[in-house]
Design a protein around this ligand. Sequence first.
Ligand code: SF4
Length: 373
Amino acid sequence: MEAWKRELGHNITDLGELRNFVSLDEKELEDVVEKLPFATTRYYLSLIDPTDPDDPIRRMVVPSAEELSIEGDLDVSGEKDNTKFLGLQHKYRETVLILATHRCSSYCRYCFRKRMVGRSRGEILDNFRNAVEYIHEHKEVSNVLITGGDPLVLDTSIISDFLKMLVKVEHLDFIRIGTRMPVVYPSRFLNDRRLVRLLNVYNNFKKIYLVTHFNHPREITELAREAVRILLDHNIVISNQTVLLRGVNDDPMTMAKLQKKLTSIGILPYYVFQCRPVQGTRHQFQVPLVKGVKIVEGARALCDGHSKRFRFIMSHRAGKIEVVGIYGDQFVFKYHQARDRENLNKIMTFRVDKQARWLDDFMEQQKPLTPAV
Ligand code: SF4
């Protein structure tokens, strides 16, 4: 067995083992892990300060009874409506999204695909050829996002097969791989140079982007830096999507430090996502939008131009809605991507509502001041 897989085989997967790393109330958490899977790497656990019950890394990975809250929905971004066949979603004209696996090396407690990640293969692509055929037939598609779960838990030879097929699609401009491996298991790139080499080879045919997911500056360790350096040395572009999470990065200093550190190691800040109102996540992690704007604007004020290139986005069923800011008593939003293309670039304003945490919270209470959604 390859070294990286052997190491993943030593992941912490139950509460009894977890108790050796952090203090917890096992009894209280039994119901949580019965419903929502728990697993994490020893490396990621080592980043937790065991003496701090509110440690931000702990919040992201250690189960909590708050996850049993029934607030929120399971599919808030409308993934079901955009599914063309199992494992393939086509929401925006240029982009096809492939669910390649339901597994991850570490399960984030705030995951927006809690309905299936770590639980069921029911939404996963059966046969990659079918996806490639669909992309061949849709000349408007310029890029593919391979995601899941974390596609880099798959065998390197499977990833190679995927890329081999995709690089042959003439009208594709680039391929994205969504992965949290540089954060939770950087050794994936250190212990499997074959993976890095094959990314480099296919990168000569179609540009390959890794889209990763650092949420806190303490995740940028020496080992993570080393993994990033290896990827950059092999010409792989890495961009980052951060989720704004209560108790993790919901203050301007932490957010600014994160974005600046990412930029300093060569990762492009891409999005800061408003945490989605997903069941088992909304209650524990979502920050009101008024506060979110203050955090993002405060962080931007502390950043240089490169570090503040990210957009603050809600990934809504209607599209990627940029949270532009507050002007007087109005909240301003703009369609950055739209499911219905006639909405592209449209601006919407609503009266400021201090409790609102998602676009629907405004839409349920009031009519937009400008123009209708
Ligand atoms: S790595 Fe991504 S898909 Fe996996 S649990 Fe975390 S957020 Fe969800």
